[in-house]
Design a protein around this ligand. Structure first.
Ligand SMILES: C[S@@+](CC[C@H](N)C(=O)[O-])C[C@H]1O[C@@H](n2cnc3c(N)ncnc32)[C@H](O)[C@@H]1O
Length: 217
């Protein structure tokens, strides 16, 4: 195990028990991301860093013919995700596996090589090599597929004291909002010769990025 794997397990061993109850108030925009996915009928969706499985269950509910996959580096989080999936209506269409965002092998994990939608929800801000994780995800996008990200923004239009306070608090949870996300998406889009979109909520509290042609909002 790497130091990062161990850190994630240490952090979530206890937190996973109250994670969903607390994060609903500050992981803003997760349901917006799920709505924006616009999964085609019978399409496949992968969440990288699926945590407690909260998003996977909601994706399976919203897109009743979708095949839903989740990977996470933390075996502790995956214990909670397994329980959530077992209780879900769409349980038969959801698969979980342990994997590191920068090196996972979806064919070995799920027998699937390409996904119509891949998303990161408040995960890139926790992955040390987050650019490597983006590149890896892009490799597994199906033709015409989309990559979606929701994460902490730079609080650019909030009062000046908010950013240092929020970022100091987030550091305690090993979270670093990625100021260079837009440049990274621009670069990925150039490489793939596709479109990318950026928008934000809460005056920059959360950022939303999409790679690949998105549905008009
Ligand atoms: C803040 S939680 C977000 C969970 C979920 N996506 C959500 O929206 O509620 C971040 C998750 O990313 C996972 N994670 C961190 N680094 C990872 C990596 N390198 N590969 C895969 N998952 C990772 C953590 O274990 C944790 O479950």
């Amino acid at each position: 195990m790497t130091a990062h794997d161990q850190a994630m397990d240490r952090m979530y061993r206890h937190q996973r028990h109250f994670y969903d109850a607390t994060r609903r108030y500050y992981l803003v925009g997760r349901d917006r991301l799920i709505n924006d996915l616009g999964v085609p009928p019978g399409g496949s969706v992968l969440e990288i860093g699926c945590g407690t499985g909260r998003n996977l269950v909601k994706v399976a509910e919203k897109y009743p013919s979708a095949w839903v996959f989740g990977i996470d580096i933390s075996t502790e989080m995956l214990k909670s995700a397994s329980r959530a999936v077992a209780r879900a209506e769409g349980a038969g269409r959801i698969r979980l596996a342990r994997g590191d965002a920068v090196s996972f092998e979806p064919e070995a994990a799920f027998g699937v090589t390409r996904f119509d939608r891949i998303f990161f929800s408040y995960t890139l801000s926790m992955i040390p090599d987050w650019q490597g994780a983006l590149r890896r995800a892009q490799q597994f996008l199906a033709q015409g597929g989309q990559l979606h990200v929701a994460d902490f923004g730079q609080c650019e239009d909030l009062p000046g004291f908010v950013r240092p306070l929020l970022f100091a608090w987030l550091r305690r949870f090993q979270v670093t909002p990625r100021a260079e996300l837009k440049q990274a998406f621009r670069h990925c889009a150039e490489q793939a010769e596709t479109d990318w979109q950026f928008s934000r909520d809460g005056r920059g509290y959360s950022w939303h990025l999409t790679l690949g042609a998105a549905r008009p909002r």
